[in-house]
Ligand binder design. Structure first.
Ligand code: F6R
Ligand code: MG
Ligand code: MG
Length: 384
């Protein structure tokens, strides 16, 4: 069996410039210096540093497998070094995503987001790293469904017989900490019953039906708000999607982003808004700390070396999607603090909103009882 290769994308927001909008050039330069050093030392085969908004992403290739302590520790130490720069420059939210006091074997659950897959590199291995800012991991549910399950998006599901066996979608329940596999197309409707609630059910992996070992897509699934017990910034997810030769083509993987879907996040992680595809150098949120952004960086692998990236969502063919997203942004902003512009009450549980409830709780009074003799309408009875 040929040697396996691991692609790890690990990201964190360890300080914003200005506010929550960008990564400071000094932090980016230090991250590049550190990954070059790790490549020279032989820990990594190759690495690329990029950012989406205020989140810095390390795309790394290596032979240490998924959940490698050495690779995770390197990422943790890199983010620590970057947060030192953020602290020195008094950048905003310096060290924000480093929730644990120290590294303890793995960055999962400690703040940073992780998407990793162990693969056998194909003779030609095109893949895309997506990164989003001002939204949550469930934001990938909609595009992943379109890419791997919807023949109106992915022509190959009809035209390429290699795809006729379909794909298997692994969904995680972030509240109950459990997982399930849906074999699509047979399980399409069951899948949709869950992933339509992206705040709770999140697609973690997609596999070919014939191979449940080697993923063709993986996402980061942490929920910082659940980890920290209180809102500390959205999780600003990343994902890796492999492409071509029996998998969706690059253009089929990009296609869902031509119709900006509505995601949770945006200002204070408390609003719904369109996910706007953009170029990497246009990924810095501005209006109302948004709108939420997504970038797509395309790579080829050459024996573990990263050839690329190409900035795929920056292309002119997504200009109309950007215009639609801005139009939708206008509309959602007009709603101000009203749902569904603002997130539903349950989703506000981990923000500072409960503090408002504490402040006014004593002023709520019980309503008077219904007048005696008036019988409540029985459950299920239809009114006139
Ligand atoms: C959203 C986000 C920002 C902040 C907002 C307020 O994910 O990071 O919209 O929530 O700028 O930030 P604070 O409360 O730190 O002033
Ligand atoms: Mg931030
Ligand atoms: Mg961010």
């Amino acid at each position: 069996m040929a040697k396996t290769l691991t692609i790890s994308v690990i990201k964190a927001d360890v300080g914003g410039f200005v506010g929550h909008s960008d990564v400071h050039p000094e932090m980016r330069a230090e991250a590049i210096r550190l990954v070059r050093d790790a490549t020279r030392r032989g820990l990594l085969i190759d690495a690329h540093v990029d950012a989406c908004g205020d989140d810095i992403n390390l795309t790394m290739t290596h032979e240490h497998g998924v959940d490698s302590e050495a690779v995770h520790e390197f990422a943790w130490n890199t983010f620590l070094a970057l947060s030192d720069i953020a602290k020195r420059l008094h950048l905003y939210g310096a060290g924000q995503d480093l929730l644990a006091d120290s590294f303890s074997g793995n960055v999962r659950g400690a703040g940073p987001g992780v998407a990793e897959m162990e693969i056998h590199e194909r003779p030609s291995e095109p893949f895309i790293v997506f990164a989003a800012d001002k939204t949550e991991p469930g934001a990938w549910n909609f595009p992943l469904y379109k890419i791997f399950c919807d023949p109106f998006n992915t022509a190959g599901l009809v035209i390429d017989t290699k795809m006729h066996d379909g794909f298997v979608v692994e969904v995680h329940d972030l509240i109950e900490h459990r997982r399930i596999l849906f074999h699509c197309p047979a399980d399409l409707y069951d899948l949709l019953a869950y992933i339509g609630t992206p705040s709770r059910y999140v697609i973690k992996h997609v596999f070919r039906a014939a191979d449940l070992e080697e993923p063709v897509a993986v996402t980061s699934t942490s929920r910082l708000s659940l980890i920290a017990g209180r809102y500390v910034g959205k999780d600003d997810p990343v994902m890796i999607v492999r492409s071509q030769s029996g998998l969706p083509a690059v253009g089929e993987v990009l296609e869902p982003f031509a119709q900006p879907h509505i995601v949770a996040g945006w200002m204070r992680g408390s609003h719904n808004g369109p996910l706007m595809p953009c170029a990497v150098d246009q990924s810095q949120p501005a209006r109302f700390d948004g709108p939420p952004r997504v970038v797509g960086m395309g790579f080829q692998l050459a024996d573990g070396k990263l050839i690329g990236p190409r900035d795929l969502l920056g292309d002119v063919s997504f200009d109309r999607a950007r215009a639609i997203a801005l139009e939708l942004a206008d509309h959602f902003r007009r709603m101000g603090p009203f749902e569904p512009g603002r997130l539903p009450h349950e989703a506000m549980e981990y923000t500072t909103l409960p503090e408002v409830e504490d402040r006014v709780s004593a002023r709520w009074e019980p309503l008077a009882e219904e007048p005696a003799g008036r019988t409540p309408v029985p459950a299920g009875a239809n009114g006139p």
